[in-house]
Design a protein around this ligand. Structure first.
Ligand code: HEC
Length: 129
């Protein structure tokens, strides 16, 4: 009886622990916007067709790699990568772009922190053409 009570308390505590942990790991588009400004905006803008050093990233989530910004001259490496940009493929790419796609023109070392990647991807996902 007493043991069951302790076990019940234990799982209740675990459930509360799990619940309160969720917001900490949730993707945060607002934080991602800040990361975008700091790490990506020197090369990427979010205006359709108006690219900088890199292509416009407006609407990139869900697009086939190397097709989203028609005005941008993409590398063959990116165009032939066969990727479609979703949360999973962007996570791999943004960890280390040039390891993911050898020959890609994006000279960016990558975002080492999984949270930064998840937040930037959440931010990009909010932007539709
Ligand atoms: C130093 C400039 C530079 C920085 C910084 C940079 N990028 Fe890029 N990015 C590029 C270039 C150039 C390309 C095009 C690569 C090619 O054609 O090979 C690109 C391509 C991409 C693509 C593929 C776009 C498509 O239409 O297929 C994504 C997604 C992307 N970058 C996301 C990011 C994100 C997110 C960040 C910030 C965390 C970032 N980039 C930082 C220059 C940069």
């Amino acid at each position: 009886m007493r043991l069951n009570f302790v076990a019940a308390l234990g799982s209740a505590a675990l459930a509360i622990g799990l619940l309160s942990a969720i917001p900490v790991h949730a993707q945060d588009a607002d934080a991602g916007k800040v990361t975008f400004k700091q790490k990506c905006s020197m090369c990427h803008n979010l205006t359709p067709g108006a690219h900088g050093i890199g292509p416009s990233l407006l609407g990139v989530v869900g697009s086939k790699a190397g097709t989203n910004d028609a005005a941008f001259h993409y590398s063959d490496a990116l165009k032939n990568s066969g990727k479609t940009w979703d949360a999973a493929s962007l996570d791999v790419y943004l960890t280390n772009p040039r390891a993911d796609i050898p020959g890609v023109k994006m000279t960016f070392v990558g975002l080492p922190a999984a949270t930064d990647r998840a937040n930037v991807i959440a931010f990009l996902s909010t932007l539709k053409k």
